[in-house]
Design a protein around this ligand. Sequence first.
Ligand code: ASP
Length: 336
Amino acid sequence: MTNPSKAIIAIHGGVGTISRSHSGSAAQEATYHKALNGILLSAQQMLNEGGSALDAVSLAVDLLEDCPLFNAGYGAVFTHEATHELDAAIMDGATLRAGAVACVSRIRRPLRAARAVMERSEHVLLVAAGAEAFAQACGLELVDPAFFSTEARRAQLQYAILAERTMMDHDGAALVFRSSDMLPAPLDESRKLGTVGAVALDSRGNLAAATSTGGMTNKRCGRVGDTPLVGAGTYADNRTAAVSCTGTGEMFIRGVVAYDICARMAYGSQTLDAAAQHVVMTSLPALGGRGGLIAVDAQSRLSCPFNTEGMYRGHARVGEDVYTAIYAGESIPGSN
Ligand code: ASP
């Protein structure tokens, strides 16, 4: 039995603090809203035409990876060694099948490779050269690692090295973008976490989640964050929820954040929003974790909590308007 009215897609483009130099740049805010809006419209249309949740999150993350405003795929951050190492994961809530890649630097579209791992291998997570060889064997596009490089991200690395610290993927970029001709982004690029992700419920009642990231600027080579780890940064189970996270990956791993939300629903009979709010506002801060997530359940309820000043986010139910938001306190109809 299908129920298209419940079908929903939600996306995020990372969390962060409000840019000090932003001072309410309506033009730049509009750029972000427009990008989120366009991506949501495409995925909403796919769901409206009977597309699956898996296909909808794949499409949304494909488009987010390609959008230069968000740091995944092209424009990925640099490791300490000035290389790129990308992570991505996808999970099917109907079957609990999952696929992920980590530490890849030559796969043009990491999320597609994650989906290939899920659908075309007997494994869940492939890393580095092995993941790239598998992607190539699957006919996916490989690129020179320099494809992902931008001058802005290189300058961001230099800033991080000077500051002698590891920075989230957008940390340090504000400095870079401020020095360019670009208008400042609504969220401070020097303190933003730029993972992208999507969750969806389709008309058949199936849930799916997908997440993709460049990780953290100045990270140690070989470091893997929460994004490609099933249960940490990405999780989907038709019986509970689909979850995609963004934030300080190490704490999301330690808190097994995405799965914790589903476990609270399954074992504690918590609502999606109660579970998500508790994890993001209480459990994560107790570990020093900063970030947020998007989550939908099988009843089409949506929760998008974050413990930072903003999170690029939006959602679209089939047959309804598209809603996008950036800052905390912005109310989005139809979400908690
Ligand atoms: N969670 C990501 C990581 O730790 C970072 C982010 O959300 O931007 O790799």
